[in-house]
Design a protein around this ligand. Structure first.
Ligand SMILES: Cc1cc2nc3c(=O)[nH]c(=O)nc-3n(C[C@H](O)[C@H](O)[C@H](O)COP(=O)(O)O)c2cc1C
Length: 187
């Protein structure tokens, strides 16, 4: 086995698009890979100092959309350009925007699945950012991505994950087994 020392290589990493409103109600978006589930009703994201952070200081509500192959180019774009410097950043994405039904934040309706969230806790806050724990207020799924049982069909979404080793986006593949079940054959 080859050693690589300490690397931020948790795999797979999500491609989360954080949607916020600025002080004038203008939508902004940023890309975040360092995030995940924190608790049953909470997520966490490691957040640096960004226009998004400025917006969250004024209004702690936001959305998190899960990027897929169709939204990938603009999802990357919002991760390399800041709303602090590019006022028409979100216009450039071409995404359709609606106000979220349960929080004061934009929903980018091009994405299959979106969480509506509210900041619950800021851990180790400094001028360079903090670890954000946020309540999941609601989850929105586009109708076309629902499975026959009425729940989101993740396999259908073409979601992408961030590869921190080579800085690539990789498309999630097919379902290969039932969790909490397939392992029973070794019981
Ligand atoms: C693949 C990718 C992953 C990123 N992950 C994070 C992250 O987890 N946390 C973070 O603070 N910034 C992350 N960024 C950087 C922000 O998205 C970037 O600084 C963005 O321009 C901030 O936008 P804003 O200033 O308009 O809010 C990531 C960028 C990319 C491209």
């Amino acid at each position: 086995m080859k050693s690589f020392e300490a690397k931020p290589w948790i795999l797979p990493q999500p491609v989360l698009i954080i949607g916020t409103y600025d002080k004038d109600g203008k939508p902004n978006a940023m890309n975040a890979a360092w995030g995940g589930q924190w608790d049953m009703r909470e997520i966490m994201i490691s957040l640096g100092s960004h226009a998004t952070t400025d917006n969250l200081a004024l209004n702690p509500e936001f959305t998190v959309a899960f990027a897929n192959v169709e939204t990938m180019v603009a999802a990357d774009y919002v991760g390399i350009v800041s709303g602090r410097n590019v006022p028409d950043k979100v216009e450039k994405t071409g995404w359709t925007i609606e106000k979220a039904p349960h929080v004061n934040a934009p929903v980018f309706t091009d994405f299959p699945l979106t969480m509506e969230c509210r900041v619950a806790q800021k851990i180790d806050e400094t001028a360079t950012g903090y670890y954000m724990v946020a309540e999941i207020v609601n989850v929105l799924c586009k109708e076309e991505y629902l499975a026959e049982d009425g729940y989101p069909n993740v396999e259908k979404m073409g979601l992408i994950t961030f590869d921190p080793v080579h800085h690539n986006y990789i498309q999630l593949g097919n379902s290969v087994g039932n969790a909490f079940s397939i392992g029973k054959q070794l019981k």
